[in-house]
Design a protein around this ligand. Structure first.
Ligand code: VGL
Length: 206
């Protein structure tokens, strides 16, 4: 069955920033394959009047997860840098609500709910269901999905809209199992379907 989006749904695009795509500082293999999928979902969310959120890693230069500070990652998504910008082919509308995370040196910031106001913003927007895609499946997407479930939201993982970084082989699959075990619902469709009031509009393009 195809996804049905309405006004109490929100699309949450996680960290679709230059540094996580091929050519970036922390590139995720095949990361760019998610762009047309995310764009199709953005278009469906626009049509349905669903909210659109986009998270971004927004790190200071001395972030604790960076290698020079003894962390696991190369320097990436530094505040104001080109690597921290959203991918240029991602069609985020101007009404997109941006959530910055990891903006303090010691805030790890994998989850979009850690040290942000995302939870109250979703509540104020009357959101009951989240549709999540972006990068990376085994870090920021995983932690965001797990925290979203803890807040009581219904959470759908759009599988074709995410890819793992696989620091260790199998991390992506393990993350997927963890999300499903915690109650996330697997969404395999590369596009969303809109429920507009009483009529159903099919989004037949990609
Ligand atoms: C991420 C590794 C390091 C992510 C962020 O967005 O998944 N992964 N920082």
């Amino acid at each position: 069955m195809k996804a049905q989006l309405g006004y109490q749904d929100a699309l949450l695009v996680v960290d679709a920033q230059n540094d996580f795509f091929p050519g970036g500082a922390l590139a995720v293999d095949e990361g760019d394959e998610i762009i047309p999928v995310l764009n199709a979902w953005i278009e469906a969310a626009e049509e349905a009047g669903s909210k659109i959120y986009a998270t971004r890693d927004w790190h200071p230069e001395n972030h604790s997860t960076f290698k020079p500070q003894g962390g696991p990652w190369p320097v990436h998504c530094v505040q104001g840098s080109r690597g921290a910008e959203f991918h240029p082919r991602l069609n985020l509308p101007s009404r997109t609500k941006v959530v910055s995370k990891g903006d303090e040196p010691d805030s790890e910031g994998y989850s979009a709910f850690q040290a942000t106001d995302l939870s109250s913003r979703l509540q104020n927007d009357d959101v009951v269901r989240l549709w999540v895609g972006g990068l990376a499946q085994d870090y920021c997407v995983k932690h965001t999905v797990l925290d979203a479930l803890k807040t009581g939201l219904e959470v759908h993982l759009i599988k074709p809209a995410t890819r793992p970084v696989n620091l260790n082989p199998g991390d992506g699959d393990e993350a997927l199992q963890q999300m499903l075990a915690a109650g996330a619902i697997l969404e395999e469709s590369p596009e969303g379907q809109v429920v507009a009031k009483h009529s159903v509009v099919r989004m037949a393009h990609l």
